[in-house]
Design a protein around this ligand. Structure first.
Ligand code: CTP
Length: 218
């Protein structure tokens, strides 16, 4: 059965990891697969939203005609695209696992074998926080938090700091949740402090819960 078009919004989504180049063949990255962000993009597109999906390096494909995909590699590239796109959007969902640091020096030739190597890192822009600062009253912003300890306190802190409307918390302590898995177990924390805990379910079904929550923001 075809779903009714009910979400007439332009939505920006970040997904996947970022790769921070050390030299032409090496990088600093993380285990994010992008599955959660891609599932959200698909779900929102099916509900009628025009989705701009900014994806780090992932092995995933998109099929829905409502999804415009922009591929990026580094956090700086992802940030540049998001800052350009956000003013045109009704809201953004930041599911990317952005590398917090990047090498100060990016070697243009492969680093040769050495006894030891020190790589100096500098902080990357915090995309969520930058969008949080620019957010207009009509726009919404949704973030993710991946925590190993003090989960709720840390997630609530991020919600405030980054000006999110709600934050999706997933705990690495939950078996079957997070990086690499096809399932996820999340809690949604709203600005007024309301917490909803969900069961372990497929990332497609988690995407439905998140999309329902976005529809409630109207
Ligand atoms: N985020 C982002 N840009 C960054 C870092 C994080 O947009 N440079 C976003 C993530 O996509 C997520 C939220 O901010 O929606 C929280 O990310 P997380 O990595 O949990 O938080 P950090 O602020 O990096 O805090 P920490 O790593 O210290 O826990």
């Amino acid at each position: 059965m075809k779903q009714k078009i009910r979400l007439k919004k332009k939505i920006l989504i970040t997904a996947g990891p970022t790769y921070e180049a050390i030299d032409p063949v090496r990088f600093i990255g993380n285990h994010s697969t992008g599955k959660m962000g891609f599932a959200i993009a698909e779900e929102l597109a099916q509900r009628g939203a025009q989705v701009t999906l900014v994806a780090g390096p992932v092995q995933l494909t998109t099929s829905h005609p409502n999804i415009t995909r922009i591929d990026v590699t580094s956090a700086q590239e992802m940030c540049d695209v998001c800052l350009k796109q956000f003013p045109k959007m009704d809201g953004a969902i930041l599911s990317a696992a952005v590398a917090d640091f990047t090498p100060v020096t990016k070697y243009d030739k492969k680093i040769k074998e050495k006894q030891s190597l020190t790589i100096e890192l500098k902080p990357n822009p915090d995309i969520a926080q930058e969008l949080g600062k620019r957010k207009k009253t009509k726009q919404f912003l949704v973030g993710f938090a991946l925590e190993t300890n003090n989960e709720f306190t840390n997630a609530q802190g991020k919600l405030e700091k980054k000006n999110f409307d709600f934050i999706v918390l997933n705990s690495l302590a939950d078996k079957g949740a997070g990086f690499g898995y096809d399932t996820n177990k999340v809690s949604i924390i709203e600005r007024n402090g309301t917490v909803t805990n969900y069961e372990l379910k497929s990332k497609q079904d988690v995407a439905k819960d998140i999309a329902d929550q976005i529809e409630k923001l109207n």
